[in-house]
Design a protein around this ligand. Structure first.
Ligand SMILES: Nc1ncnc2c1ncn2[C@@H]1O[C@H](COP(=O)(O)OP(=O)(O)O)[C@@H](O)[C@H]1O
Ligand SMILES: [Mg+2]
Length: 364
């Protein structure tokens, strides 16, 4: 049993603090994804768990062991990097077994573990090949296999898919998910890609500027972002965020347009409060072309500036209260720039953030 606990973990490089006291509890066998923009401290946090960076302050525990002062090899965790390096002259079998051999494992144990990992990863037929004879995806699987054979308490992944082309990335994402289902173990996975985070994670940890902004199950974070940063970071295309003021039970935009304050949020806003109104493109759809039946709606007429046909849906760029916003049309017909369309806002799905704190009024 080994979960991972971060207790007020700080990282400083000289006088520059880049991770500002992170608290996080990762359960045994949980798949946790650290996601956030480049430079927010994901890799640094992961590397402190791995033992590749000193911990400036706070405590990291794996299971019930404090590991702050343990070297990486004594932490019983495996790390898979973006730039996986296989030994080019060794075949797959030897690449898989090399770490165990160095660690002094017996040939019988090595063979058993290598065969087991090859079986799990579908590499059994490829054991005699050298890396040059493998596809990118197969090489990536060998890299993961090298981690698996060690039977670690946890796997740490740092952007393992970012060097792969789009198609392979999606394929490997599925493989990692399947792999976790087979080899139930604790995983900490770092990515800047919110789609990867949404699809892989049991729980997502959204980071920004060395802080955790929100921790939650993917749909929780998607449906209930605690602030405008999370709202715009998770979900693609991003949520529309439009400044407004609360006046007489209405959300009033800069051009004088109003929509009712969603009933479920009515008690959470104050008259005169400056807010940011949030609505995802999926919830701003021409009348008759939405995907869900909303109980509360508001209709506004907008002019199409650009339409992108994506197949089953069309992304519509328009302008609302002086700001570019995006809506979606499901079951599309042709839409042309300049066309006036009545859009229906699903107020059930709308978000209201305080303009000063940028926090969701649900979270204040
Ligand atoms: N060795 C270092 N010395 C100084 N600053 C560093 C060092 N490594 C990383 N940083 C800084 O720490 C911050 C977090 O970096 P990192 O954890 O790599 O971000 P991420 O993985 O989220 O892109 C960045 O601002 C980066 O410039
Ligand atoms: Mg990084």
């Amino acid at each position: 049993m080994a979960g991972i606990t971060l207790d007020n973990v700080v990282k400083r490089y000289g006088r520059l603090e880049v991770v500002h006291g992170i608290d996080l509890e990762i359960a045994h066998n949980e798949f946790v994804v650290l996601v956030g923009p480049s430079g927010c401290g994901k890799s640094t946090t992961l590397r402190m768990i791995a033992g590749l960076e000193d911990i400036s302050d706070g405590e990291v525990r794996i299971g019930d062991r404090v590991v702050n002062d343990l070297p990486p090899r004594k932490r019983n965790i495996s790390m898979v990097f973006q730039n996986y390096a296989l030994y080019p002259h060794m075949n797959v079998r030897d690449n898989l077994g090399f770490g165990l051999k160095i660690a002094g494992q017996s040939p019988a144990v090595i063979e058993e573990r290598v065969n087991e990992a090859a079986e799990i990863l579908g590499l059994s037929e490829l054991l005699e090949r050298i890396p040059a004879e493998l596809s990118g995806g197969q090489r990536q699987r060998v890299a993961m296999g090298r981690a698996i054979v060690r039977h670690p308490d946890a796997f740490l992944f740092d952007e393992p898919l970012s060097n792969l082309d789009a198609k392979l990335r999606v394929q490997m994402r599925t493989e990692i998910k399947k792999l976790h289902a087979k080899v139930r173990t604790t995983v900490v996975y770092v990515t800047h890609d919110q789609v990867e985070a949404m699809t892989l994670a049991d729980r997502i940890v959204v980071m920004k500027d060395g802080h955790i902004e929100q921790v939650g199950r993917p749909m929780e974070v998607f449906n209930h972002p605690v602030n405008t940063f999370v709202a715009s970071f998770i979900g693609s295309p991003p949520m529309n965020l439009i400044p407004a003021t609360v006046a007489a039970g209405q959300v009033r935009f800069s051009d004088g347009t109003t929509v009712p304050v969603p009933t479920r949020l009515a008690d959470l806003v104050a008259e005169g409060q400056d807010v940011v109104f949030g609505i995802r493109p999926d919830d701003l759809t021409p009348v008759g072309h939405g995907i869900h039946e909303a109980r509360e709606t508001a209709d506004i007429e907008l002019t199409v500036e650009l339409a992108e046909l994506l197949g089953t849906e069309t992304l519509i760029y328009t302008r609302f209260a002086g700001q570019e916003v995006q809506g979606k049309m499901f079951d599309p017909r042709d839409v042309v720039p300049g066309e006036r369309l009545t859009f229906r806002l699903s107020l059930d799905k709308a978000h209201v953030f305080d303009a000063t704190t940028q926090k969701s009024v649900r979270a204040l």
